[in-house]
Design a protein around this ligand. Sequence first.
Ligand SMILES: C[S@@+](CC[C@H](N)C(=O)[O-])C[C@H]1O[C@@H](n2cnc3c(N)ncnc32)[C@H](O)[C@@H]1O
Length: 287
Amino acid sequence: MREMTSAKQIRHQQREQWTAAAPGWGKFRKSGDPTSPITERIIHLSEIRPGLQVLDLACGTGDPSLAIAKLVGEEGHVLGLDLTEAMVQGAVSRAREEGVQNASFRTLVSELDLGVPNNTFDLCTCRHGLMFMPDPQAALQNLGAKLKPGGRLTVSTWGLPQNSPAFTLPGIIVGKYTRLPMLDSTGPGLFSIPTPQMLTGYLQGAGLENIRVDKFDCPVMTADSPEELWNRIANMAGPMVKVLRDMPEEKRSVVHDEFVATLSSMFPNQKVVLKAEALVATGIKAD
Ligand SMILES: C[S@@+](CC[C@H](N)C(=O)[O-])C[C@H]1O[C@@H](n2cnc3c(N)ncnc32)[C@H](O)[C@@H]1O
C-alpha cells in the first residue's frame, strides 16, 4: 500500500481537489464531453443489457452512471458512489435534468466501505477514479466482492504520460511554478496505473478472469483557443484547480501567460486538440 501519505490524508486531498473542481465540471460538461469515447468503450466492453444492477464507483458528476442507466431500462438500476459530495450533487442534478429515474447517488467516506452487500451487482464500473485511491488493489478487491458470481467489472485509467500531452503539457507549465503531485507517479495521481500490465495485475488480484484491456488515444482537451483551454483547466482539472486557485494572483497570471503563449505557438490557428492515452479493462468474477 502507498503509505508515505496515509489513506485518510489521500482521501482528504482528493476530496479537496474535486470539491474545488466540481463547479467547473457542472459548467463545462454542458458544452460537450471530449472523453465520451471512453464511456462508449466502457459500455461496449461491459455488454450492457436491460435489467442489469450496476454499481459505479467514483461516479463524479455521473459518468458513466447516467449513460448506463439509460441502457439498463426500468428493470435495471445504477448506484453511483463517490468520495466528493459536490461531485455527487452534480450527478444528482444531471440525472434530474436528463430525466434519468433509475439511478441514485451517494457520497462515501471510503472506497473500502461502500455500504452495499456483497454478491449483489451484475456490473461494477469505475471510470478514471481508481488511480486516485490510496490502495487500488484493496479498492478493486472490495468492489469485486460486490459482484454476483459471473458479474463483470470494467475500469478505466490514463495511460503513459509520454503518450498523454493533454495532461503533461499543462502539467509541465504549471509545475515550473509550483509543486504538482499529479505528475509524480509514485503516489495516487493521473499516471499511477498507466500500463495494461499493471491494470491487468490489479484485476487478477481482485479475482477476475477473462481480462481484456483496450488502449487508445482520446482527444481529451479540445478548445477553440488556448485561452478557452486555460479556462477549462483552471476550473475543471481536478489535480490543478485548487493549486491554481491557491496561487498568488500575480504568479497565476504569469502561469496563464506562459500557457497561452506556448499553446498559441503550437496551434497557430487557435483551435487546440490534445490527446491522452486511455486504458479500459474488463474482467469477469469467477462463478
Ligand atoms: C476524474 S474524476 C472521474 C469522475 C467520473 N467517473 C468521470 O469519469 O467523469 C475522479 C473522481 O474520483 C473520485 N475519487 C477520488 N478518490 C476516491 C476514492 N478514494 N473513493 C471514491 N471516489 C474517489 C473523485 O471525487 C472524483 O469525482
